[in-house]
Design a protein around this ligand. Structure first.
Ligand code: SF4
Length: 385
């Protein structure tokens, strides 16, 4: 009884204190010695990083706890699979840390650190010592954006932009706000899930968010909740505080094996997000990235889970699209029949692929567009005229 009471008290304290980082599997004292020994091998290949707040969301008595699967390494990560750059971002890299794939949107990879490391991460390359993917020359990136008037949206990503100090973030955001044609700044961040205290305990950051919402500019915070268990009281307070700055929130999540690969888990996430005014924006097909085979769900199985989850949700909770971030564009999986699967480009790297509709023969073992035979039909936008 005392133990339960003090555990509850400890959890409450963790909700508000700045979390302490845990960067060695050896420090996961809830695991057995044998588990820690086995996972040390994984850790040598793919770094481990978590914090005491996020680990406190795990029910260690449940071997299938979704947060545990999300954050604790798994031996299957050592299986050979996938690529370090599965969406071929290098093709769209203008200079280190600046990507321009879709005409109106540019990405700035401003950080090579995240609040913790998701085991399925598709950007593991930025965590490598040898990585040359992070923005180093901000003035050059700003010049490029100034010269390209078609860029109306800037996505700050990484890594996670909200691990930067508020001053560093201000140095990136303020000059962007000075560029007339930049109308939207997006923060792509899992900090509201991993370390909500980082935002809630920093009034200057909330001020910076407020200053980024003006008559002509809009800040969006694209949060990254994968499971409803991440929506703790402090995470919800943090989202509310962000809302109050005038920023718009939306959620994106990949569909991940053992984390949210059931209609119930995904519907629960959609519903609870809709209750706090966060529209589900994208559900991503897990990118085939090095080390994440055991986290991926085949596309056709994923589509069925996604549709069943939407069927359990009100209109406000079912605004997400199920998409894959393919090298050629953001491709929505729009339907299945007994024989065929239907795709549509939501964003395309080449104008000729804009809104292109594809019909392929079904393949239940496909994890990516490249696993399908060439399309049976492929209709560009102008074929509808
Ligand atoms: S938040 Fe994104 S970039 Fe960071 S570890 Fe998770 S998947 Fe990777």
């Amino acid at each position: 009884m005392t133990n339960i009471a003090s555990n509850t008290l400890d959890k409450k304290k963790l909700q508000h204190a700045n979390p302490k980082y845990v960067t060695k599997v050896a420090d996961l004292t809830k695991l057995s010695d044998a588990e820690r020994e086995q996972l040390a091998e994984v850790e040598n290949t793919y770094r481990f990083r978590a914090n005491d707040y996020y680990l406190s969301l795990i029910d260690w008595n449940d071997p299938d706890d979704p947060i545990r699967h999300l954050i604790v390494p798994h031996i299957h990560e050592l299986n050979e699979w996938g690529k370090l750059d599965p969406s071929e971002e290098h093709k769209y890299t203008i200079l280190p840390g600046l990507e321009h794939k879709y005409h109106s949107t540019a990405l700035l990879l401003v950080s090579n650190v995240c609040g913790a490391i998701c085991r399925y991460c598709f950007r593991k390359r930025v965590f490598l010592q040898s990585s040359d993917d992070i923005l180093k020359d901000l003035p050059a990136a700003l010049d490029y954006i100034r010269e390209h008037r078609e860029i109306t949206n800037i996505l700050l990503t990484g890594g996670d932009p909200l691990v930067l100090s508020t001053n560093k973030l201000r140095n990136v955001i303020e000059p962007l706000l000075q560029i007339d044609h930049v109308r939207i700044i997006r923060l792509g961040s899992k900090i509201p899930a991993f370390n909500p205290q980082r935002i809630l305990n920093d009034p200057e950051l909330l001020d910076l968010m407020r200053q980024s919402c003006t008559d002509t500019k809009q800040l969006y915070t694209i949060v990254h909740f994968n499971h409803a268990n991440e929506l703790s009281d402090v995470a919800l307070q943090t989202c509310k505080a962000i809302h109050q700055t005038g920023a718009v929130l939306a959620n994106q999540t990949p569909l991940i094996r053992r984390v949210n690969d059931s209609a119930e888990a995904l519907a629960d996430l959609f519903r609870k997000l809709s209750f706090v005014g966060i529209p589900p924006y994208y559900v991503f097909q897990c990118r085939p990235a090095s080390g994440n085979q055991s986290y991926a769900v085949p596309i056709e199985e994923g589509f069925q889970i996604f549709e069943q989850a939407r069927a359990k949700t009100s209109g406000l909770g079912k605004r997400a699209r199920f998409v894959m971030s393919h090298a050629t564009g953001k491709i929505e999986i729009v339907g299945l029949t007994r024989e065929h699967i239907y795709f549509k480009y939501q964003r395309a790297a080449k104008d000729a692929d804009s809104s292109r509709f594809l019909v392929c023969k079904r393949n239940p073992d496909a994890y990516w567009l490249d696993d399908y035979d060439p399309p049976l039909e492929s209709h560009p936008l102008d074929c509808y005229q």
